[in-house]
Design a protein around this ligand. Structure first.
Ligand SMILES: [Zn+2]
Length: 473
């Protein structure tokens, strides 16, 4: 929306300048010309902006956007040039402002000039815009402005994002499908990366490297926010991926930061590259996501350079020796939200889409989204038979009936779980720290544990009945 406003302003200003100048040139009032130009400019940008923002994301728009460069460019040039010409030649601004009557029709040479002007300006704007999608907007700007013509020492974040599961995919569906798969993932990731001001440095195989200067990335912990936005985009697209490729895209990632030398290299193919130990360490860190069995690792060096990290949960993994590096690196696992249970790895792990298939909407809301059922809504609250309460998602026995008691809260309550069946984490929602309880095997959220229970433990496991199932006997 801010982008649209900015484009609109720019379009209006171009109109003002053009209208004013051309009217002055033929000896008419510059002010009227500027006003007419402003109306024309604004109209043109609204029409073209709507095409870019509303039509391009549709199926046909995407087909155009993904066509070979010359096709995309040619079609857009003709289309946008035609819009501009139509607005100018139809004297739209004059009509809107009602100044058509008292102004003589412009000479035809002027009309021709304005048509040429429209197409030339469109060509220029469009060329820069479209070329920037080839090298990246920031890289283009930096090369044009010569920001890194001389190498600079600067501090940068590097986010290595690895697309999980594409190797297995290669064996199953072949390299052409893998290419399509990765292309789709990288495309989906590009909006979140733009939104959070990141710059795609490289695509390497099934991995992409995104970078920020520390100044650009620090606020709102942008690299972390960006990563979770990418994951959300992929989760939302999961059903489509499963239909097309038989598998949803998952990601692993590592974030590191430190000093690098940034500079232009190359002759006929120029690029801005980064040199420094930070890159190697970030790559090693990304490999360590497998060894440490965590989806997302952040180094202490990166964490100390970020602001606004309190929206995320971090689990200290301590100093870890990374392959090919002498000094150990202090590492944290990171999760979205403040619930640490989501960084743990579980025996049973499914994508959001897969969980939705096997759970009822209410079960999904509680087990996977840390929801809480309405008090008194579960029949299990009044279940006092002999048997076992198992996880509704994975059937793991969680509580024996002889530990159940009536807490009068409206939620099934127990004074102890079956040994090793559940794990706890700190839940910082609702402004207090509560101890969250989840299933050891599938990570499903079950409820909370409080220290106001009966003997012998003094604990009250306050569970959501919808997260449990009762097995008699
Ligand atoms: Zn479970």
């Amino acid at each position: 929306m801010r982008l649209l406003a900015r484009i609109l302003l720019a379009g209006t200003l171009v109109g003002v300048a053009f209208g004013g100048l051309i009217n002055l040139a033929v000896g008419r009032s510059g002010l009227t010309g500027s006003l007419v130009g402003a109306v024309n400019g604004a109209t043109i940008t609204i029409v073209i902006g709507s095409i870019e923002i509303l039509w391009l994301p549709t199926r046909r728009g995407l087909a155009l956007q993904q066509a070979p460069f010359l096709v995309t460019f040619g079609v857009k040039w003709l289309l946008y040039g035609a819009v501009i010409t139509a607005v100018n030649v139809a004297a739209w601004g004059e009509r809107v402002l009602g100044v058509l009557a008292d102004a003589p029709l412009p000479p035809s040479s002027l009309t021709r000039l304005s048509v040429v002007f429209s197409f030339v300006v469109t060509f220029g704007f469009l060329f820069v815009l479209e070329v920037s999608t080839i090298v990246g907007r920031r890289t283009l700007r930096n090369i044009v402005l010569g920001r890194y013509h001389r190498p600079r020492a600067e501090e940068r974040f590097f986010l290595f994002v690895d697309i999980a599961g594409s190797t297995a995919l290669a064996e199953r569906i072949g390299p052409a499908a893998v290419h399509r798969f990765l292309n789709r993932v990288f495309r989906l990731a590009s909006d979140p990366i733009d939104d959070y001001g990141g710059e795609i440095y490289q695509y390497v195989g099934d991995e992409m490297v995104v970078t920020w200067t520390v100044a650009e990335g620090r606020d709102d912990a942008r690299p972390i926010a960006c990563l979770f936005a990418i994951r959300t985009a992929l989760d939302e697209a999961a059903p489509k991926f499963e239909r097309e490729f038989g598998v949803a895209a998952g990601i692993r990632a590592a974030l590191h930061a430190g000093p690098v030398i940034s500079g232009e290299v190359g002759g006929s193919k120029r690029d801005i590259v980064f040199h420094g130990d930070v890159m190697n360490t970030a790559a090693r860190l990304e490999q360590a996501t497998r060894d440490l069995d965590r989806r997302f690792l952040v180094s202490a060096d990166a964490l100390s350079r970020l602001a606004g990290t309190e929206r995320y949960a971090f689990e200290a993994l301590g100093p870890q020796a990374l392959r090919g590096r002498a000094a150990p690196v202090e590492i944290y696992a990171c999760a979205e939200g403040t619930d640490m249970s989501t960084t743990e790895r579980f025996e049973i792990s499914k994508t959001e889409a897969e969980w939705r298939k096997v759970l009822t909407p209410e079960q999904f809301r509680v087990l996977r989204k840390q929801g809480t059922e309405r008090a008194g809504s579960s029949p299990l609250d009044k279940e006092h038979g002999r048997g076992t309460f198992v996880c509704a998602a994975c059937d793991l026995p969680l509580f024996a009936s002889d530990t159940k008691y009536d807490s009068r809260t409206g939620w099934p309550s127990f004074w102890a779980p079956i040994e090793g069946a559940v794990r706890n984490s700190a839940d910082r929602s609702f402004f207090t720290v509560r101890t969250e309880v989840h299933c050891r095997r599938c990570g499903g959220h079950l409820g909370h544990v409080f220290e106001d229970g009966p003997k012998p433990t003094g604990l009250r496991y306050c569970m959501n009945g919808v997260a449990l199932q009762f097995r008699r006997g």
